[in-house]
Design a protein around this ligand. Structure first.
Ligand code: CP
Length: 313
């Protein structure tokens, strides 16, 4: 694999390899000195055109734990605000000797363009492109689900996962549908009809317009934020009504099977898609998701860069 652009292009064996590698590299996190020399002399650029907390910081932590040099580029405060194009920014990064570019961009397809336009030699990792994909988020979600519900390793065959909320604007949902089904899980998308994408019939998952009927049969439930910043219209009558029909509160939590876990990619809107008591409950694994994100991103950087034939020093 030269780039990581889409969860849809990862096959089962590649996914299991990434998860197993993340588990092995995660052992470094438990040491007092959290560092391996594996990517010494390599340069990883975090190229972020959209805001991020978890993804940017965890890619930086992952690259540093593998001893890579890290350059952080945020569009805000850069020459992008003077009109510089993605191409000219990419050529600048090429001149800086980037070996990997971690790209977050508001346009769906931006990572694919950067990888295949011939502007740079670096590996490109999609850290979220518009409403399209966020493959490392899906990998860290799968890693977290596996750790809780299939701790013996392998894939997620037989597990049932509900993804609830603003599917229409969610790159996390699309990447998770691809990856979780590749790993053998059954996925059900839950949302009001207005927040389900056109063409969802071709996705390898079930769809429910109601949350309550799916609660007692899930092993994991992933709550998604309503992405108001991507909405130009009203997709539901009110926040209160949305929360009443699709929010996960303590009453609904009590109806999940005892072993079921609650995920959220963050950032959360407490009181909207998830109540504060559920977010803080022992069934919620959001903090683990963030920690696992570092392990998974270490694995992705390692697999893309450590075996590419260049001298890592
Ligand atoms: N889950 C996620 O992508 O979070 P950030 O936007 O904070 O990176």
């Amino acid at each position: 694999m030269r780039h990581l652009l889409s969860a849809g292009e990862i096959d089962r064996d590649q996914a299991v390899l990434i998860l197993d590698t993340a588990a092995e590299l995660g052992a470094v996190t438990d040491r007092s000195i959290k560092k391996l020399p594996t990517l010494r002399g390599r340069t990883v650029v975090n190229l972020f055109y959209e805001d991020s907390t978890r993804t940017r910081i965890s890619f930086e932590a992952a690259a540093k734990r593998l001893s890579a040099d890290v350059l952080n580029f945020s569009a805000k405060g850069s020459s992008v605000s003077k009109g510089e194009s993605l191409k000219d920014t990419a050529l600048t990064l090429q001149a800086m000797g980037a070996d990997a570019v971690v790209l977050r961009h508001g346009s769906s397809g931006a990572a694919h363009r950067l990888a295949h336009a011939g502007w740079i030699d670096a590996s490109v990792i999609n850290a979220g492109d518009g409403t399209h994909e966020h493959p490392t988020q899906a990998l860290l979600d799968a890693f977290t689900i596996r750790r809780h519900l299939a701790p013996e390793g392998g894939d997620l065959a037989g597990l049932s996962v509900a993804i609830v909320g603003d599917i229409l604007h969610s790159r996390v949902a699309r990447s998770n549908v691809h990856l979780l089904t590749t790993l053998g899980a059954r996925v059900t998308l839950v949302a009001p009809p207005t927040l389900i994408p056109v063409g969802v019939e071709s996705w390898p998952c079930a769809v429910s317009y109601e949350l309550d009927p799916v609660l007692d049969s899930v092993d994991a439930i992933m709550m998604l934020r309503v992405q108001s910043e991507r909405m130009q219209a009203a997709y539901f009558p009110s926040a209160l009504e949305y929360s009443r029909l699709y929010g996960l509160d303590a009453a609904r939590l009590s109806r999940l099977p005892e072993h079921a876990i609650v995920l959220h990619p963050g950032p959360m809107n407490r009181g909207m898609e998830i109540s504060a008591d559920v977010a803080d409950s022992s069934r919620a694994v959001m903090v683990e998701q963030v920690a696992n994100g570092v392990n998974v991103r270490m694995a992705v950087l390692y697999l893309l860069l450590a075996g590419d034939g260049k001298d890592a020093g």
